[in-house]
Design a binder for this molecule. Structure first.
Ligand code: HAS
Length: 572
């Protein structure tokens, strides 16, 4: 069945049930984000010495940090990936979603989130967003997280019949670029959540229920990072879909090379998974040859991002020239930086500028010897706030509002404010992250529940050289929080506004190409060979490390039934 496409307006009408479900997928995580951002702000104020305790509202340090990480990095990103994927599949394949599959997927995700929220809120899951042992949570946390992931799988499986029909109806045609991007995003997600499912179902849940006495920590951590690094590309690739497919159009130009775009997505499929040991360089138990292989592949996975930097810059230059820009740099000023009617440009460009630094610091982390200096220091927090807190977060903010507006027929209100949000966030982040990173180079730990002791001259822990970076971290976080408050104001004004255009009509700006699309005979027009290479590379890179981790059972953590969260020290 072909969905109701309006050829003159190039829109797609979402069926009423899917419309309601998509509104939930967009609004619920943004509402939860209030909690996530609030606890992030408290963390920064605590680190800066502005507040004496991180236990505002009765929540402990690790409890607040867990809420911050889980809401921002797991819940928000998963819901957004699914919502955007639902939108893109309907719009570009011109087919409605299967109603019961869509309802099951959203139901599982919402139910799972609510189930996991309870132990986090009552302090029985202070395990951070990485949740591997020896930290242990209440079983409800793991069960809720599992349902959230299963819900996202159901959404993905629900797209496959639509894809099959589209391929039958369009023999020999390459998949629309946006569809290919989202398909690869979710293929990566599906592959990398399999080891996570093994860890959660066969290790964490039985351990937290007391069914098994001990748990193999090295194995659990290895399974987690098997999932944990591709996870970051599950966060990033929806943003790349928007940079390639929509940004050139929004900027007033065309996509420079769809071939490069397709190749970048396919390279992510191959290279984003076999790299997890770069999170475990400091851990014993693995032969260094495997760490070296993962390091090499980590440098490899930067290549599609370098390609993206080039292709998106070239597309933006093309747009600037079309808009009258002349000379080597004259086109930059012609881009619609402050155009309140094209907020997606501001959200995209701010994210891209942040990611230049987020990416470079990732390469520092990946270098084995430099990693020894910065591992577990503030440098890492600086890095990941300029990646997941940069392009990923800003695209989620900008696009969620856009999707909400299209689904409800309510125009975005406070447009001038809206366009200021990404730049204000970028300003705050450019203070926050370098301060964190410099602090890290001075030895500041990534997480600390030491109270103010290192900022207090009378304490034996006092570190005078940490004071300026700690304060700057707080200032940067305050500016970022202000940006988010303005964003919330825009949301509230939009929700309170009247319906002014057609309800549930998806309309995505879609760039044409400067150079034609990749020929259907080319290597980037086929998905299967890339998938096979990806699976082989996973096998080669993880076969031995998993066995080595499996044998390292002396790292086992005991089950302690008297204390539900035995290994966390919460300072009162
Ligand atoms: Fe990372 C740790 C290495 C990318 C997130 N990373 C983390 C953690 C998170 C995270 C959350 O090798 C902490 C995990 C934890 O809890 O312990 N990361 C990398 C590398 C890359 C990278 C090599 N990371 C990301 C992305 C993330 C993310 C993306 C989230 C979305 N990361 C590491 C390593 C660690 C790590 C180690 C472990 C450290 C440790 O010891 O614990 C690469 O993929 C980065 C490649 C990116 C680039 C940048 C390309 C630039 C672009 C912008 C172009 C700009 C334009 C604008 C077009 C090379 C695309 C033009 C402007 C005009 C005006 C025209």
């Amino acid at each position: 069945m072909t969905g109701p496409m309006n050829p003159t307006k190039n829109t797609f009408s979402v069926a009423p049930l899917s419309r309601v479900l998509m509104i939930i997928e967009v609004v619920l995580p943004i509402a939860l984000l209030v909690l996530g951002i609030y606890h992030g702000f408290l963390q920064a104020l605590y680190r800066a010495g502005v507040i004496q305790s991180s236990s505002f509202m009765g929540l402990g340090y690790y409890q607040g940090l867990t809420l911050h990480g889980v809401v921002n990095a797991i819940v928000l990103t998963t819901f957004f990936g699914v919502a955007l994927g639902n939108g893109i599949m309907q719009y570009y394949l011109r087919k409605p979603l299967i109603p019961w599959v869509h309802a099951a997927s959203t139901g599982l995700m919402v139910g799972g989130t609510l189930i996991a929220a309870v132990p986090m809120l009552v302090g029985l899951a202070d395990v951070l967003y990485t949740f591997y042992p020896p930290l242990r949570a209440h079983p409800a946390f793991y069960i809720g997280a599992t349902l959230l992931v299963v819900g996202s799988w159901v959404a993905f499986f629900g797209w496959l019949p639509l894809l099959q029909r589209w391929i039958r109806e369009n023999p020999g045609m390459p998949l629309p670029l946006a569809v290919l991007g989202m398909l690869i995003t979710f293929l990566i997600w599906f592959l990398c959540t399999i080891p996570l499912a093994i860890e959660v179902l066969f290790m964490l849940i039985p351990w937290s229920l007391g069914w098994i006495d001990t748990i193999n920590i090295p194995l659990a951590r290895t399974l987690f990072w098997f999932f944990g690094h591709p996870l970051v590309y599950f966060w990033l690739l929806p943003a790349y879909v928007i940079y390639y497919v929509m940004l050139p159009k929004v900027a007033g130009g065309k996509l420079y090379s769809p071939y490069a775009a397709r190749l970048a997505f396919l390279l992510f499929l191959v290279l984003s998974i076999p790299v997890g040991l770069h999170h475990q360089y400091t851990e014993p138990g693995f032969d260094r040859v495997w760490k070296a292989l993962h390091a090499l592949l980590t440098f490899g996975v930067a290549i599609p991002s370098f390609m993206t930097a080039f292709t998106v810059s070239a597309s933006l230059e093309y747009a600037g020239v079309q808009r009258g820009g002349r000379g080597l740099f004259g086109w930059i000023g012609k881009l619609p930086w402050l155009d309140a009617n094209r907020p997606l440009f501001a959200y995209s460009i701010a994210g891209l500028l942040i990611f230049v630094f987020g990416g470079i610091t990732g390469l520092v982390n990946a270098s084995y010897n430099m990693n020894q200096t910065i591992h577990n220091t503030g440098f890492i927090s600086g890095h990941f706030h300029m990646t997941v807190g940069g392009p990923v977060f800003l695209i989620i903010l900008g696009m969620s509002l856009e999707l909400f507006s299209q689904l409800t027929g309510k125009p975005i209100r406070g447009r001038g404010w809206n366009v200021a949000v990404p730049y204000l966030w970028m300003l705050g982040l450019f203070i926050f992250s370098p301060a964190m990173m410099y602090g890290g180079l001075l030895g500041q730990p990534r997480r600390t529940n030491m109270g103010l002791s290192y900022l207090d001259p009378s304490s034996p822990h006092f570190r005078a050289d940490w004071v300026p970076t700690a304060l700057l971290t707080g200032i940067g976080a305050a500016i970022m929080t202000l940006a988010f408050v303005i964003y919330l104001g825009v949301w509230i004004a939009t929700i309170a506004g009247a319906v002014r255009h057609s309800v549930g009509e998806l309309s995505f700006p879609t760039a044409e190409y400067v150079h034609g699309d990749a020929p259907t005979t080319s290597v980037v027009a086929r998905l299967r060979p890339w998938l096979v290479i990806a699976l082989l590379l996973i096998l080669v890179s993880y076969w031995v490390p998993l066995q080595q981790a499996f044998r390292a059972s002396e790292g086992a953590a005991p089950y302690a039934p008297d204390n539900p969260v035995p290994l966390i020290q919460v300072e009162k």
